[in-house]
Design a protein around this ligand. Structure first.
Ligand code: GLA
Length: 403
């Protein structure tokens, strides 16, 4: 764990200030940007994403009295609870992500007797960059550090062997999927957001300089290099919260459409079949299904373009995806649309679209390296002219996932 970064040092300082001693462990998990495949994950679909150099850090130490005490740099009050009682506290919703993971670990037979933890993040909250999934993954990794265990299909088993310095090996790739599923269950069951697996998988399977191609039906991940393009994130400044009901409502429309079409999920629906059966679906069900079916086809085509290094074509799929999210899925907002329109005007931008859940949050922009600076100036200036909102676009490095 590189303790030299300012954020890693900040989480240790926070821990020391609150608990009065130096934490023995620090873990981190990155946020992600969805590159293409909007809302396809919970439809058993395909999605492309990258893990980025924005993280949730947890500094932690064990306790033996059966209590957990959490402090976060983003909230003034600590949250304390017993390891036998994971209940949501309406005044500390941020702790739900931790409690949800602990409850799932317990369910799978992981034993732990309590801990102190300080949490600090560099992922902008509400930007659609999965700060919540990163917190979940970091929590699971923190418990693994403190009370080592391995996860299998059926639950927890004997811990991995430590090396001669007493350190645990990184999570093997196969085991990462069990961690992703556990953290996903935490969000689904405890927090109540019926999200797909995109965020948790991305935080664990990221690979520096590469785009992840995730197949959510078979839970497989492949990587394809992204060469010569800067990944730039532009945050609208409009808050995005999945806990609002819009996200779950989209999922309901998609599931209802699949059911009426006699399919297990929209992954197995062809556009022809959807169009031929439009009359059976409510208008919103048809629109959402139209987005999902076309978006999965776009991911397939985009993967082909990426493998052929055809970045111009690849970027076109990003623009098309945004239009489909805006017009069919209807999870965009005026500020996101302005950002994409302004991005499109810049000659260095090969593709731009909203990223993540939508209803606010951020856009992802792929821009030729040498034009990144001029692109960021252009976006900040034009967005301020059109909306009156000041933003600071940021270049994100594509990084390895948490391990
Ligand atoms: C959020 C969810 C993901 C995914 C995206 C949209 O980030 O957490 O599971 O559905 O929205 O693609």
């Amino acid at each position: 764990m590189p303790l030299s970064t300012p954020a890693a040092a900040a989480v240790q300082t926070l821990f020391k200030k609150h608990f009065g001693y130096t934490p023995p462990h620090v873990v981190k998990a990155p946020g992600r940007l969805e590159v293409l495949g909007n809302h396809t994950d919970y439809n058993d679909g395909l999605v492309m994403s990258v893990a980025v150099d924005k993280y949730i850090f947890i500094a932690c130490a064990p306790r033996t009295d059966g209590k957990v005490e959490l402090i976060s740099s983003a909230f003034p009050e600590p949250e304390k609870f017993w390891v036998t009682e994971f209940k949501s506290n309406p005044t500390a919703r941020w702790a739900d992500y931790v409690k949800g993971v602990l409850a799932q670990l317990r369910k799978r037979g992981v034993h732990f007797s309590g801990f102190n933890a300080a949490i600090h993040g560099t992922i902008p909250v509400g930007a659609g960059m999965s700060s919540s999934a990163a917190l979940e993954i970091a929590t699971a990794l923190a418990v693994r550090k403190l009370y080592p265990f391995s996860l299998t299909e059926t639950g927890a088993t004997v811990p991995p062997k430590r090396n001669e310095r007493g350190e645990l090996p990184p999570l093997p790739p196969g085991e990462r999927m069990y961690f992703a599923r556990l953290c996903h269950a935490a969000e689904y069951d405890f927090v109540g957001v019926r999200c797909g697996l995109l965020d948790q998988i991305s935080s664990l399977y990221g690979k520096a300089w590469n785009i992840m191609n995730i197949d959510c039906r078979f839970l497989s991940v492949e990587h394809t290099p992204l060469v010569g393009q800067a990944v730039i994130v532009c945050n609208t400044g409009v808050k995005h919260s999945l806990v609002g009901g819009e996200y779950n409502a989209l999922r309901d429309h998609c599931e209802a459409a699949a059911k009426k079409l006699g399919a297990k999920s929209l992954r197995s629906v062809e556009m022809k079949h959807l169009q031929a059966n439009q009359a059976q679906l409510a208008p919103r069900e048809f629109e959402c299904a139209h987005h999902i079916v076309s978006e999965i086809a776009r991911v397939v085509a985009a993967e082909r373009a990426l493998r052929a290094d055809d970045y111009r074509q690849f970027g076109q799929y990003l623009f098309q995806s945004h239009e489909s999210s805006r017009d069919s899925l209807k999870n965009s907002c005026p500020e996101l649309d302005v950002l994409v329109e302004v991005a499109r005007q810049h000659p260095g931008c090969i593709g731009a679209r909203l990223t993540g859940g939508g209803f606010g949050g951020a856009t992802i922009n792929l821009v030729a390296y040498h034009q990144a600076e001029s692109f960021m100036e252009h976006i900040a200036r034009e967005y301020a002219v059109k909306t009156g909102i000041k933003i600071t676009p940021q270049v994100c490095q594509i990084v390895d996932g948490a391990a």
